[in-house]
Design a protein around this ligand. Structure first.
Ligand SMILES: Cc1ncc(COP(=O)(O)O)c(C=O)c1O
Length: 419
Protein backbone atom coordinates (compact mmCIF):
# COMPACT_ATOMS: atom_id res chain seq x y z
CA UNK A 1 0.00 0.00 0.00
CA UNK A 2 1.57 3.31 -1.07
CA UNK A 3 1.57 6.26 1.33
CA UNK A 4 1.66 9.21 -1.06
CA UNK A 5 -1.70 10.70 -2.07
CA UNK A 6 -0.53 10.83 -5.68
CA UNK A 7 -0.66 6.99 -5.61
CA UNK A 8 -3.94 6.74 -3.68
CA UNK A 9 -2.65 7.20 -0.12
CA UNK A 10 -4.49 9.51 2.28
CA UNK A 11 -4.06 13.26 1.67
CA UNK A 12 -2.19 15.47 4.15
CA UNK A 13 -4.91 18.08 3.72
CA UNK A 14 -8.48 17.65 2.53
CA UNK A 15 -9.84 21.20 2.85
CA UNK A 16 -9.05 24.07 0.51
CA UNK A 17 -6.90 26.89 1.87
CA UNK A 18 -8.77 29.99 3.11
CA UNK A 19 -10.19 32.34 0.51
CA UNK A 20 -8.35 35.51 -0.49
CA UNK A 21 -8.78 38.52 -0.52
CA UNK A 22 -10.25 39.32 2.87
CA UNK A 23 -13.32 41.52 2.45
CA UNK A 24 -14.65 42.84 5.75
CA UNK A 25 -17.43 45.22 6.72
CA UNK A 26 -14.89 48.08 6.23
CA UNK A 27 -14.67 47.50 2.48
CA UNK A 28 -18.44 46.96 2.24
CA UNK A 29 -19.18 50.21 4.09
CA UNK A 30 -16.65 52.09 1.99
CA UNK A 31 -18.27 50.96 -1.26
CA UNK A 32 -21.77 51.66 0.03
CA UNK A 33 -20.79 55.19 1.04
CA UNK A 34 -19.58 55.90 -2.50
CA UNK A 35 -22.69 54.38 -4.07
CA UNK A 36 -24.90 56.47 -1.82
CA UNK A 37 -22.97 59.63 -2.71
CA UNK A 38 -23.84 59.05 -6.37
CA UNK A 39 -20.31 60.04 -7.45
CA UNK A 40 -18.60 57.01 -8.89
CA UNK A 41 -15.88 58.82 -10.80
CA UNK A 42 -16.15 62.66 -10.68
CA UNK A 43 -12.96 63.08 -12.69
CA UNK A 44 -14.80 65.12 -15.27
CA UNK A 45 -17.86 66.51 -13.51
CA UNK A 46 -16.42 70.02 -13.67
CA UNK A 47 -13.10 71.64 -14.51
CA UNK A 48 -10.35 72.51 -12.04
CA UNK A 49 -9.64 70.20 -9.12
CA UNK A 50 -11.93 67.51 -10.50
CA UNK A 51 -9.41 66.69 -13.19
CA UNK A 52 -7.32 65.31 -10.38
CA UNK A 53 -10.00 62.83 -9.36
CA UNK A 54 -12.90 62.62 -6.95
CA UNK A 55 -12.89 62.89 -3.17
CA UNK A 56 -11.96 59.25 -2.54
CA UNK A 57 -9.28 59.19 -5.22
CA UNK A 58 -7.56 62.16 -3.69
CA UNK A 59 -7.90 60.83 -0.16
CA UNK A 60 -6.45 57.47 -1.26
CA UNK A 61 -3.58 59.18 -3.10
CA UNK A 62 -2.76 61.40 -0.11
CA UNK A 63 -2.82 58.49 2.33
CA UNK A 64 -0.79 56.24 0.04
CA UNK A 65 1.85 58.94 -0.56
CA UNK A 66 2.09 59.47 3.20
CA UNK A 67 2.39 55.74 3.86
CA UNK A 68 5.10 55.22 1.23
CA UNK A 69 6.84 58.51 2.01
CA UNK A 70 6.72 60.33 -1.33
CA UNK A 71 5.40 63.79 -2.19
CA UNK A 72 3.02 62.51 -4.88
CA UNK A 73 0.84 59.50 -5.59
CA UNK A 74 -1.26 59.13 -8.74
CA UNK A 75 -3.98 56.45 -8.80
CA UNK A 76 -4.57 54.31 -11.91
CA UNK A 77 -6.97 51.59 -12.98
CA UNK A 78 -4.09 49.07 -12.97
CA UNK A 79 -0.36 48.79 -12.40
CA UNK A 80 -0.01 48.12 -16.12
CA UNK A 81 -1.41 51.57 -16.93
CA UNK A 82 0.71 53.11 -14.14
CA UNK A 83 3.80 51.48 -15.66
CA UNK A 84 2.89 52.78 -19.12
CA UNK A 85 2.45 56.28 -17.71
CA UNK A 86 5.76 55.95 -15.83
CA UNK A 87 7.66 55.12 -19.02
CA UNK A 88 6.18 58.24 -20.65
CA UNK A 89 6.61 60.44 -17.58
CA UNK A 90 10.30 59.71 -16.92
CA UNK A 91 11.07 60.83 -20.48
CA UNK A 92 11.80 57.62 -22.39
CA UNK A 93 11.44 58.35 -26.10
CA UNK A 94 10.09 55.93 -28.72
CA UNK A 95 12.98 53.94 -30.18
CA UNK A 96 14.99 54.09 -26.95
CA UNK A 97 15.74 51.06 -24.80
CA UNK A 98 14.66 50.16 -21.29
CA UNK A 99 16.35 47.38 -19.29
CA UNK A 100 13.92 44.96 -17.62
CA UNK A 101 14.19 41.53 -15.98
CA UNK A 102 12.78 38.58 -17.94
CA UNK A 103 11.32 36.88 -14.87
CA UNK A 104 8.33 39.06 -14.11
CA UNK A 105 4.72 39.63 -15.09
CA UNK A 106 4.27 40.59 -18.74
CA UNK A 107 3.45 44.29 -18.10
CA UNK A 108 6.94 45.13 -16.82
CA UNK A 109 8.10 44.75 -20.41
CA UNK A 110 4.96 45.49 -22.45
CA UNK A 111 4.69 48.95 -20.85
CA UNK A 112 7.88 49.79 -22.74
CA UNK A 113 6.46 48.54 -26.06
CA UNK A 114 3.25 50.51 -25.42
CA UNK A 115 5.37 53.64 -25.72
CA UNK A 116 7.11 52.28 -28.82
CA UNK A 117 10.34 51.83 -26.92
CA UNK A 118 12.31 48.59 -26.70
CA UNK A 119 12.53 46.27 -23.68
CA UNK A 120 15.99 44.75 -23.27
CA UNK A 121 16.19 41.77 -20.92
CA UNK A 122 18.93 41.45 -18.33
CA UNK A 123 19.42 38.34 -16.22
CA UNK A 124 18.44 37.90 -12.56
CA UNK A 125 20.13 36.55 -9.42
CA UNK A 126 19.50 32.94 -8.52
CA UNK A 127 18.81 33.61 -4.84
CA UNK A 128 16.35 36.52 -4.75
CA UNK A 129 15.20 36.27 -8.40
CA UNK A 130 15.63 40.03 -9.02
CA UNK A 131 17.83 41.89 -11.56
CA UNK A 132 21.52 41.08 -11.16
CA UNK A 133 23.23 44.50 -11.03
CA UNK A 134 26.51 42.99 -12.24
CA UNK A 135 24.94 42.03 -15.57
CA UNK A 136 23.30 45.37 -16.40
CA UNK A 137 26.36 46.80 -18.12
CA UNK A 138 26.37 43.88 -20.60
CA UNK A 139 23.05 44.95 -22.11
CA UNK A 140 23.45 48.74 -21.96
CA UNK A 141 23.80 50.59 -25.27
CA UNK A 142 23.81 54.26 -26.21
CA UNK A 143 20.03 53.98 -26.64
CA UNK A 144 19.40 52.85 -23.05
CA UNK A 145 17.28 55.39 -21.20
CA UNK A 146 15.82 53.65 -18.17
CA UNK A 147 15.76 50.50 -16.06
CA UNK A 148 12.78 48.82 -14.36
CA UNK A 149 13.84 46.75 -11.34
CA UNK A 150 11.07 44.42 -10.14
CA UNK A 151 10.88 43.61 -6.43
CA UNK A 152 9.79 40.09 -7.25
CA UNK A 153 7.53 38.16 -4.86
CA UNK A 154 7.96 41.02 -2.34
CA UNK A 155 11.77 40.89 -1.97
CA UNK A 156 13.51 44.19 -2.78
CA UNK A 157 16.19 44.36 -5.49
CA UNK A 158 19.81 45.40 -4.86
CA UNK A 159 18.91 49.06 -5.14
CA UNK A 160 22.30 50.57 -4.15
CA UNK A 161 24.04 48.88 -7.06
CA UNK A 162 21.17 49.62 -9.46
CA UNK A 163 21.23 53.31 -8.46
CA UNK A 164 25.01 53.40 -8.95
CA UNK A 165 24.66 51.94 -12.45
CA UNK A 166 21.80 54.28 -13.37
CA UNK A 167 23.54 57.39 -12.04
CA UNK A 168 26.73 56.56 -13.90
CA UNK A 169 24.87 56.41 -17.22
CA UNK A 170 22.19 58.98 -16.52
CA UNK A 171 19.33 56.46 -16.64
CA UNK A 172 15.91 56.76 -15.02
CA UNK A 173 14.69 54.12 -12.56
CA UNK A 174 11.06 52.97 -12.45
CA UNK A 175 10.61 50.58 -9.53
CA UNK A 176 8.03 47.89 -10.25
CA UNK A 177 6.65 47.37 -6.74
CA UNK A 178 3.48 45.60 -7.92
CA UNK A 179 4.26 42.65 -5.64
CA UNK A 180 5.90 44.58 -2.82
CA UNK A 181 3.79 47.27 -1.11
CA UNK A 182 5.36 48.00 2.28
CA UNK A 183 8.64 46.18 1.48
CA UNK A 184 11.81 47.96 2.59
CA UNK A 185 15.37 48.12 1.34
CA UNK A 186 17.84 49.20 4.04
CA UNK A 187 15.02 50.93 5.90
CA UNK A 188 13.59 52.72 2.83
CA UNK A 189 10.22 51.75 1.43
CA UNK A 190 10.37 50.44 -2.12
CA UNK A 191 8.93 52.98 -4.53
CA UNK A 192 10.85 55.83 -2.88
CA UNK A 193 14.30 54.83 -4.12
CA UNK A 194 14.10 55.27 -7.91
CA UNK A 195 12.63 58.19 -9.90
CA UNK A 196 9.19 56.69 -9.40
CA UNK A 197 7.55 53.46 -8.25
CA UNK A 198 4.37 51.68 -9.26
CA UNK A 199 2.06 49.38 -7.29
CA UNK A 200 -0.72 46.94 -8.22
CA UNK A 201 -3.99 46.51 -6.35
CA UNK A 202 -5.26 43.62 -8.47
CA UNK A 203 -7.15 41.29 -6.16
CA UNK A 204 -4.39 38.76 -5.40
CA UNK A 205 -1.98 41.47 -4.22
CA UNK A 206 -0.94 42.29 -0.61
CA UNK A 207 -3.52 45.09 -0.64
CA UNK A 208 -6.19 45.21 -3.30
CA UNK A 209 -9.01 47.19 -4.86
CA UNK A 210 -10.19 44.47 -7.28
CA UNK A 211 -8.16 46.08 -10.06
CA UNK A 212 -6.05 49.18 -9.57
CA UNK A 213 -2.61 50.73 -9.45
CA UNK A 214 -0.61 53.66 -8.10
CA UNK A 215 2.42 55.63 -9.22
CA UNK A 216 4.48 57.34 -6.51
CA UNK A 217 7.24 59.90 -6.96
CA UNK A 218 8.94 62.90 -5.38
CA UNK A 219 9.23 64.55 -8.80
CA UNK A 220 6.41 66.97 -9.56
CA UNK A 221 7.08 66.80 -13.31
CA UNK A 222 6.67 63.01 -13.32
CA UNK A 223 3.48 63.25 -11.23
CA UNK A 224 1.95 65.88 -13.57
CA UNK A 225 2.83 63.93 -16.71
CA UNK A 226 1.36 60.76 -15.16
CA UNK A 227 -1.87 62.62 -14.31
CA UNK A 228 -2.18 63.72 -17.93
CA UNK A 229 -1.48 60.27 -19.35
CA UNK A 230 -4.22 58.79 -17.15
CA UNK A 231 -6.62 61.56 -18.17
CA UNK A 232 -6.65 61.09 -21.97
CA UNK A 233 -3.69 63.46 -22.33
CA UNK A 234 -5.96 66.36 -21.45
CA UNK A 235 -4.32 69.46 -20.06
CA UNK A 236 -4.98 69.93 -16.35
CA UNK A 237 -5.44 73.62 -15.77
CA UNK A 238 -6.78 74.24 -12.30
CA UNK A 239 -7.55 77.88 -13.12
CA UNK A 240 -9.90 76.99 -16.00
CA UNK A 241 -13.53 77.96 -15.41
CA UNK A 242 -14.82 76.13 -18.46
CA UNK A 243 -13.24 72.92 -19.62
CA UNK A 244 -11.21 73.50 -22.79
CA UNK A 245 -10.77 69.84 -23.81
CA UNK A 246 -7.20 70.66 -24.74
CA UNK A 247 -5.25 67.57 -25.83
CA UNK A 248 -1.74 68.21 -24.64
CA UNK A 249 -0.11 64.80 -25.13
CA UNK A 250 -1.11 61.32 -26.19
CA UNK A 251 -3.06 59.92 -23.25
CA UNK A 252 -5.36 57.07 -22.25
CA UNK A 253 -8.41 56.39 -20.08
CA UNK A 254 -6.48 55.06 -17.09
CA UNK A 255 -8.53 56.51 -14.24
CA UNK A 256 -9.45 54.65 -11.09
CA UNK A 257 -13.06 54.85 -9.87
CA UNK A 258 -14.19 56.21 -6.51
CA UNK A 259 -15.37 52.70 -5.59
CA UNK A 260 -11.89 51.26 -5.97
CA UNK A 261 -10.29 54.19 -4.16
CA UNK A 262 -12.68 53.70 -1.23
CA UNK A 263 -11.71 50.00 -1.01
CA UNK A 264 -8.06 51.05 -1.27
CA UNK A 265 -8.35 53.39 1.72
CA UNK A 266 -9.81 50.58 3.81
CA UNK A 267 -7.17 48.10 2.67
CA UNK A 268 -4.25 50.51 3.16
CA UNK A 269 -5.10 50.86 6.84
CA UNK A 270 -4.58 47.09 7.17
CA UNK A 271 -1.58 46.65 4.89
CA UNK A 272 1.03 46.61 7.66
CA UNK A 273 -0.84 44.05 9.73
CA UNK A 274 -1.51 41.90 6.64
CA UNK A 275 2.19 42.06 5.75
CA UNK A 276 3.16 41.11 9.31
CA UNK A 277 0.82 38.14 9.03
CA UNK A 278 2.56 37.06 5.80
CA UNK A 279 5.95 37.44 7.49
CA UNK A 280 4.83 35.35 10.47
CA UNK A 281 3.51 32.52 8.26
CA UNK A 282 6.52 32.44 5.96
CA UNK A 283 9.04 32.69 8.82
CA UNK A 284 7.44 29.58 10.24
CA UNK A 285 7.81 27.77 6.89
CA UNK A 286 11.44 28.87 6.49
CA UNK A 287 12.28 27.69 10.00
CA UNK A 288 10.57 24.33 9.58
CA UNK A 289 11.98 23.66 6.09
CA UNK A 290 15.52 24.76 7.01
CA UNK A 291 16.53 21.20 7.80
CA UNK A 292 15.43 19.85 4.42
CA UNK A 293 18.61 19.47 2.40
CA UNK A 294 17.82 20.68 -1.12
CA UNK A 295 15.33 23.43 -0.29
CA UNK A 296 16.70 26.94 0.14
CA UNK A 297 14.78 30.12 0.79
CA UNK A 298 16.80 33.35 0.68
CA UNK A 299 15.99 36.69 2.30
CA UNK A 300 18.67 39.33 2.67
CA UNK A 301 19.16 40.62 6.24
CA UNK A 302 18.85 44.27 5.26
CA UNK A 303 15.43 44.04 3.62
CA UNK A 304 11.82 43.73 4.69
CA UNK A 305 10.35 41.06 2.43
CA UNK A 306 6.54 41.21 2.25
CA UNK A 307 5.99 37.77 0.74
CA UNK A 308 3.46 38.28 -2.03
CA UNK A 309 4.52 34.73 -2.82
CA UNK A 310 6.67 32.32 -0.80
CA UNK A 311 9.39 30.85 -3.00
CA UNK A 312 12.45 28.66 -2.67
CA UNK A 313 15.12 27.08 -4.81
CA UNK A 314 14.91 23.31 -5.24
CA UNK A 315 18.04 21.25 -5.71
CA UNK A 316 17.14 18.19 -7.76
CA UNK A 317 20.54 16.58 -7.14
CA UNK A 318 20.12 16.73 -3.38
CA UNK A 319 16.47 15.67 -3.29
CA UNK A 320 16.77 13.08 -6.00
CA UNK A 321 13.40 13.53 -7.71
CA UNK A 322 12.53 15.96 -10.48
CA UNK A 323 10.90 19.22 -9.48
CA UNK A 324 7.81 18.36 -11.52
CA UNK A 325 7.32 15.01 -9.76
CA UNK A 326 7.91 16.64 -6.39
CA UNK A 327 5.35 19.42 -7.00
CA UNK A 328 2.80 17.00 -8.41
CA UNK A 329 3.12 14.80 -5.33
CA UNK A 330 2.85 17.76 -2.90
CA UNK A 331 -0.17 19.09 -4.84
CA UNK A 332 -1.80 15.67 -4.56
CA UNK A 333 -1.37 16.02 -0.79
CA UNK A 334 -3.71 19.05 -1.00
CA UNK A 335 -1.14 21.88 -1.15
CA UNK A 336 -1.09 24.46 -3.99
CA UNK A 337 2.59 24.47 -5.02
CA UNK A 338 4.07 25.21 -8.44
CA UNK A 339 7.36 24.70 -10.25
CA UNK A 340 8.49 27.93 -11.92
CA UNK A 341 6.73 31.28 -12.30
CA UNK A 342 6.43 32.73 -15.85
CA UNK A 343 8.46 31.55 -18.80
CA UNK A 344 11.26 34.15 -19.28
CA UNK A 345 9.35 36.80 -21.20
CA UNK A 346 11.59 36.92 -24.27
CA UNK A 347 10.67 33.30 -25.05
CA UNK A 348 7.12 34.37 -25.93
CA UNK A 349 6.06 34.96 -29.57
CA UNK A 350 5.59 38.70 -28.91
CA UNK A 351 9.39 38.99 -28.56
CA UNK A 352 10.68 36.06 -30.59
CA UNK A 353 8.81 37.37 -33.61
CA UNK A 354 9.00 41.04 -32.61
CA UNK A 355 5.24 41.47 -32.95
CA UNK A 356 5.09 45.15 -32.01
CA UNK A 357 5.27 48.39 -33.93
CA UNK A 358 8.15 49.61 -31.73
CA UNK A 359 10.66 47.39 -33.53
CA UNK A 360 10.01 49.21 -36.83
CA UNK A 361 11.76 52.34 -35.64
CA UNK A 362 14.47 50.93 -33.45
CA UNK A 363 17.90 51.83 -34.77
CA UNK A 364 19.71 49.39 -32.44
CA UNK A 365 19.83 45.62 -32.36
CA UNK A 366 18.11 43.55 -29.72
CA UNK A 367 18.29 39.77 -29.48
CA UNK A 368 15.52 37.63 -28.01
CA UNK A 369 16.46 33.98 -28.01
CA UNK A 370 17.00 31.03 -25.72
CA UNK A 371 20.17 31.43 -23.68
CA UNK A 372 20.25 35.23 -23.25
CA UNK A 373 19.32 35.02 -19.54
CA UNK A 374 20.54 31.58 -18.42
CA UNK A 375 19.84 32.09 -14.71
CA UNK A 376 16.19 32.95 -15.32
CA UNK A 377 15.84 30.00 -17.70
CA UNK A 378 17.38 27.54 -15.28
CA UNK A 379 15.29 28.81 -12.36
CA UNK A 380 12.17 28.50 -14.45
CA UNK A 381 12.93 25.09 -15.87
CA UNK A 382 14.42 23.34 -12.85
CA UNK A 383 14.87 25.24 -9.62
CA UNK A 384 12.23 27.70 -8.52
CA UNK A 385 9.19 26.60 -6.53
CA UNK A 386 6.43 28.90 -5.37
CA UNK A 387 3.62 28.61 -2.85
CA UNK A 388 1.14 31.45 -3.29
CA UNK A 389 -1.14 30.85 -0.29
CA UNK A 390 1.01 32.00 2.66
CA UNK A 391 -1.17 35.01 3.36
CA UNK A 392 -3.94 36.07 5.69
CA UNK A 393 -6.33 34.64 6.76
CA UNK A 394 -4.24 31.42 6.60
CA UNK A 395 -2.92 30.25 9.97
CA UNK A 396 0.16 28.50 11.35
CA UNK A 397 -1.87 25.27 11.25
CA UNK A 398 -2.25 25.77 7.50
CA UNK A 399 1.54 26.22 7.25
CA UNK A 400 1.99 23.04 9.29
CA UNK A 401 0.05 21.17 6.58
CA UNK A 402 2.47 22.51 3.96
CA UNK A 403 5.48 21.40 6.01
CA UNK A 404 3.96 17.97 6.65
CA UNK A 405 3.12 17.44 2.98
CA UNK A 406 6.65 18.39 1.85
CA UNK A 407 8.24 16.17 4.50
CA UNK A 408 5.92 13.29 3.64
CA UNK A 409 6.84 13.47 -0.06
CA UNK A 410 10.56 13.59 0.71
CA UNK A 411 10.36 10.76 3.24
CA UNK A 412 8.50 8.62 0.71
CA UNK A 413 10.39 9.67 -2.39
CA UNK A 414 11.21 6.03 -3.16
CA UNK A 415 7.59 5.63 -4.23
CA UNK A 416 8.17 8.32 -6.85
CA UNK A 417 11.46 6.85 -7.97
CA UNK A 418 10.06 3.38 -8.49
CA UNK A 419 6.69 4.13 -10.05
C1 LIG B 1 5.58 42.54 -11.24
C2 LIG B 1 4.26 42.99 -11.80
N1 LIG B 1 4.20 44.13 -12.52
C3 LIG B 1 3.04 44.58 -13.03
C4 LIG B 1 1.86 43.92 -12.81
C5 LIG B 1 0.60 44.44 -13.43
O1 LIG B 1 -0.38 44.69 -12.48
P1 LIG B 1 -1.89 44.95 -12.88
O2 LIG B 1 -2.54 43.61 -12.97
O3 LIG B 1 -2.42 45.77 -11.74
O4 LIG B 1 -1.91 45.67 -14.17
C6 LIG B 1 1.85 42.75 -12.05
C7 LIG B 1 0.60 42.01 -11.81
O5 LIG B 1 0.56 40.87 -11.43
C8 LIG B 1 3.08 42.27 -11.52
O6 LIG B 1 3.13 41.15 -10.79
Amino acid sequence: MKKLAVFGGSKTRENPFPKYPIITQDEKNAVLEVLESGNLSTFIASPGEQFLGGKKIREFENKFAKYIGTKFAVAFNSATSALHAAVVAVGVRPGEEVIVPPYTFTSTATCVLMHNAIPVFSDIKNDIYCLDPKKLENVRTNLTRAVIPVHLFGHPCDMDEIIEFASKHDLKIIEDCAQAPGAEYKGKKVGTIGDCGIFSFQETKNMMTGEGGMLVTNDEGIAKAAQMVRNHGEMINLAEKIRSYRSEILGWGYRMTELEAAIGIAQLSKLDSYNEHRIKLTSYLTEKLKSVDGIKHTKYDFVKHVYYVYSFSYDVKKIGITREKFCEAVRAEGIPIYGGYVKPLYLNPLYLEKRAFAYKHHSGTVKYEKGICPVAESLHENELIMIPICRPPATIDDMEDIVNAIRKVIENKDELLHE
